[in-house]
Design a protein around this ligand. Structure first.
Ligand code: RP5
Length: 165
């Protein structure tokens, strides 16, 4: 199975990005996590992305906050799918990172998830890896079914619960 890379711009991003890592672990998807910054370690970020495909990666998840260039810089150096996670920061609440991550020029895409959406980044990465892995695909389908069943269970008990209000 191809590996997923989780790259973050700072170790201060770890609490949010770790939630995505847990999703990959639940699915048994091999991964590597790194801290590389588009601004503080631009050479290392470029080098990692440039060699990611030959190093066995199938998808790169990149999380960064503020002037979040990381996902775009990684995407500039690889044709692997790059999923960007804009991270919330104090001043602009993540809208800065959202725009910096999503507004890529044509030809260099970054599939951008919600602010702090590291879990969905990992689910999306799993779906991409599952294109070549029927067993993983079945696990994802089973999870979706479980989600549906949980909602339907809530629906069935709604009339009873409304009496509490
Ligand atoms: C971004 O700047 C990082 O991804 C992080 O979200 C933010 C702040 O980084 P630190 O100053 O906490 O290292 O590049």
């Amino acid at each position: 199975m191809k590996k997923v890379a989780i790259v973050m711009g700072s170790d201060s991003d770890l609490p949010v990005m770790a939630k995505g890592v847990k999703v990959l672990e639940q699915y048994g998807i091999p991964y590597e996590a790194h801290v590389y910054s588009a601004h503080r370690t631009p050479a290392q970020a470029a080098d990692f992305a440039s060699h990611a495909e030959e190093n066995g990666f199938g998808v790169i998840i990149a999380g960064a906050g503020m002037a979040a260039a990381l996902a775009g810089v990684l995407a500039a150096h690889t044709t692997l799918p790059v999923i960007g996670v804009p991270l919330k920061s104090a001043v602009l609440e993540g809208t800065d990172a959202l725009l910096a991550t999503v507004m890529m020029p044509s030809g260099i895409p970054v599939a951008t998830v919600a602010i702090d959406g590291s879990k969905n980044a990992a689910y999306l990465a799993a779906e991409i890896i599952a294109l070549g892995d029927p067993e993983l695909s079945e696990k994802i389908k089973a999870d979706r079914k479980a989600q549906s069943e949980a909602v339907l269970k809530k629906d069935a008990s709604l009339a009873e619960r409304l009496k509490e209000f």
